[in-house]
Write a protein that binds this ligand. Structure first.
Ligand code: PMP
Length: 352
């Protein structure tokens, strides 16, 4: 061992879903949107003058923050923008979770939370979801150094009603509560409207799912101006220029086209509901998802076996080889054509 090796930080990293190469495949494994971004994004990118890339981008992301503040009817100083919600949440962990008390998040939720907690040396506890994968608000009534949970939850898709979200926030006014709303646009009621009522609430959303811009890496947080000021202080102590110019432009155009946004969500929700029906017919059961994915297990066949068979046929879904999750598949909602092919293969496979 080299002397410096003992000084290396050892971490068990988050493992993102696979990004297989090639055109002839059906990708239902990372909850991407199957439809393209708003047409205005394409136009704006085409019109970008490449000479401007000599310069640094706007460190304040002002243009994007402005359209978001109009969209959500909040002030500009109540919004923070980052490189995907992963970046926003990581900054928020660094900013708000510095207590000696453990932070709390559900045992089954976004697996990155644990990785950040370990990376930043934040103590944590993971209240256990019940057998139906439901969050119990009472588990969050104990002393803590902060709380985070996705709503709808991932990978289950289950939505916690806004009254229960509010109950958790209201009972924890001594710590910051982060509600990760990566999938909220697919059917839930957002907690953004509570940010004026609770100074300890930070709501995080992303352009990666409902706005079809995972590749541009845009996320944001909405909360009381003091919270936003604090995350900005951490951001400027770390990296001033997080957002690049094409991402900022794309984000602005995506927010402007609300009609396209709603149409695209409407299509995904329709396909999701049809998918639930087909999955049931084929012997699957699943929590009732309000997100753009379904977390399903089959009454007879092992999830891993189905996952492998699908994969051999170039259909990718997400399989988590972990206790409690290893007999489920997380199936992202694709286009109707993609779901048709998915079911075409599945029917044949299950009848053998
Ligand atoms: N939160 C949850 C619950 C997610 O599933 C994801 C997607 N992996 C993210 C946050 C991060 O998404 P992004 O960084 O693309 O905004």
């Amino acid at each position: 061992m080299r002397p410096w090796e003992k000084n290396i930080r050892r971490v068990a990293p988050y493992v993102p879903g696979e990004q297989p190469k090639g055109d002839n495949l059906i990708k239902l494994n990372t909850n991407e949107n199957p439809y393209p971004p708003a047409p205005g994004v394409r136009q704006a990118l085409k019109e970008m003058d490449y000479d401007q890339f000599r310069k640094y981008p706007d460190p304040t992301s002002n243009e994007l923050i402005k359209v978001l503040s109009e969209y959500y009817q909040v002030n500009e100083n109540e919004i923070f923008v980052g490189v995907g919600s992963d970046d926003v949440i990581a900054m928020a962990f660094m900013t708000f979770f510095n207590s000696e008390l453990p932070i709390l998040f559900p045992d089954v939720s976004y697996s990155f939370y644990k990785v950040w907690a370990e990376l930043f040396h934040i103590p944590y506890e993971t209240p256990v979801l019940d057998d139906n994968f439901c969050i119990h608000k009472e588990d969050y009534y104990k002393a803590n150094g902060g709380i985070i949970f996705p709503n709808p939850n991932a990978p289950t898709g289950l939505l916690l009603p806004l009254e229960e979200v509010e109950d958790i926030i209201a009972r924890n006014q001594n710590s910051v509560v982060i509600v990760d709303e990566a999938y909220i646009d697919f059917g839930g009621e957002s907690a953004v409207k509570l940010t004026r009522k609770y100074e300890n609430l930070l709501v995080v959303q992303t352009f990666s799912k409902s706005r079809s811009l995972a590749g541009m890496r845009i996320g944001y947080a909405i909360g009381h101006q003091n919270l936003i000021q604090s995350v900005n202080d951490v951001k400027y102590s770390y990296n001033s220029y997080t957002m690049n110019m094409p991402s900022l432009r794309s984000g602005v155009e995506a927010v402007k086209d609300d009609r396209y946004f709603k149409e695209s969500i409407g299509r995904i929700v329709k396909t999701r509901e049809e998918t639930k029906g087909r999955l049931k017919e084929l012997g699957f059961s699943f929590p009732d998802s309000m997100a753009n994915f379904i977390f399903a297990s089959h009454r007879e066949r092992k999830a891993e076996e189905i996952y492998k068979a699908l994969r051999e046929n170039h259909i990718y879904v997400r399989y988590f080889n972990q206790p409690r999750l290893d007999n489920h598949l997380r199936i992202s909602i694709g286009t109707d054509e993609e779901m048709k092919e998915f079911f075409g293969f599945l029917e044949g496979f299950l009848s053998n």
